[in-house]
Design a protein around this ligand. Structure first.
Ligand code: NAG
Ligand code: NAG
Ligand code: NAG
Length: 318
């Protein structure tokens, strides 16, 4: 009886629903999705080359690949500017700003750049280069995986990957960091400190900091121990600028973090996530994942999304 109850609990704990429908071009890597203000069209941005752009009439598709944002890459002097990573797009006063990272795999020599557009379309993007957030072996962080949020009237950028984890820096405007010292929002003291890909959003008086925990790729050449592949984790705070805790009250600067979505069924290693207030579905979490029926390489990654439900002020993928 006891083991039956235990099994039932384990089964329930892992009862995530399948990703929402996706039709058309469903490849994605570190996706970022925004709805265009003028007509509600969905634009999806992905890691690679000058940042891949796809668009659709709904988050479920049909998605069409349009090309890349920066055809010649960037000219930032750090990392690999012909292979930009982890786009993050936001809208301010008629202009869309896209942050991206330039680095190489496993290196701490990284920088964050920004491009702008008024339409989101291919051919409309102007690169502005570095914002002034750069890392090297002498910084505690790795300056990749940028994510913008405005708190009150102050803009902030979250970033970070491995090393001392997720950081936040105040911005002067969309193109320039304030130059103030970045502060630590989340750190995993265990193992190889594998957290990255921050995405923050606000709901009901709390700021929710999501990030991806675990190994992001190389699932065939360097298979992770079971459960050590990417998964999506959340912490929350009243201020958005510190004191993030998980559902058990553990500080997220001290290895805290509550799982929102992990591998299940055919879904392996969900991460690189964002949260969108979809005009049809409300708050959805979207991400890439390896579909075990398709393949485990980055070129196989699929776009996934799920509606969020809420339990005691915490987001749940039902
Ligand atoms: C930079 O990225 C391009 C495009 O992915 C790739 O062909 C090239 O090998 C990369 N260079 C380095 C030094 O990693
Ligand atoms: C999402 O959008 C709806 C409709 O525009 C709005 O009422 C709601 O407050 C938004 N939710 C969040 C969490 O921003
Ligand atoms: C922190 O890292 C350890 C070791 O890899 C892992 O077991 C744990 O789940 C991670 N926790 C978070 C919140 O990332």
């Amino acid at each position: 009886m006891f083991s039956f109850v235990l099994l039932l609990c384990v089964a329930l704990a892992n009862a995530y629903s399948d990703p929402g429908a996706c039709s058309g071009s469903c490849w994605a890597h570190d996706p970022n999705v925004i709805q265009r203000k003028s007509d509600g069209t969905f634009f999806r941005f992905s890691t690679g080359l000058g940042i891949h752009i796809s668009s659709a009439s709904s988050i479920a598709g049909p998605w069409t690949d349009l090309g890349v944002a920066l055809a010649d890459g960037s000219d930032v002097p750090v990392g690999n500017a012909s292979n930009l990573w982890a786009p993050d797009v936001h809208y301010v006063d008629g202009t869309y700003y896209m942050y991206y990272a330039s680095s190489t795999l496993g290196s701490q020599d990284s920088t964050i750049g920004v491009a702008s557009s008024t339409t989101l379309e291919v051919g409309s993007w102007t690169d502005h280069g570095e914002i002034g957030v750069t890392s090297s072996s002498s910084t505690p962080y790795n300056a990749i995986d940028p994510n913008w949020i405005t708190i009150g009237s102050t803009p902030y950028l979250q970033f970070g990957s491995y090393w001392d984890g997720i950081y936040q820096v105040e911005m002067t405007d969309s193109l320039t960091s304030s130059g103030s010292t970045p502060t630590n929002l989340a750190y995993n003291a265990s193992g190889n400190h594998a957290i990255e890909a921050a995405f923050m959003f606000e709901r009901g008086g709390y700021y929710y900091l999501t990030f991806s925990s675990g190994q992001a790729q190389n699932y065939i050449s360097n298979p992770p121990a079971q459960g050590d592949e990417y998964r999506i984790v959340v912490c929350r705070s009243r201020t958005g600028t510190g004191d993030f805790v998980d559902q058990d009250g553990v500080a997220c600067t001290n290895s805290g973090g509550t799982t929102v979505l992990a591998s299940h069924d055919y879904v392996f290693g969900p991460g690189g996530q964002g949260v969108l207030n979809d005009t049809t579905y409300g708050l959805v979490v979207y991400y890439h994942y390896a579909n075990k029926n398709i393949g485990l390489t980055v070129d196989d990654y699929q776009f996934g999304w799920n509606q969020l439900t809420w339990t005691n002020g915490w987001p749940v993928v039902a």
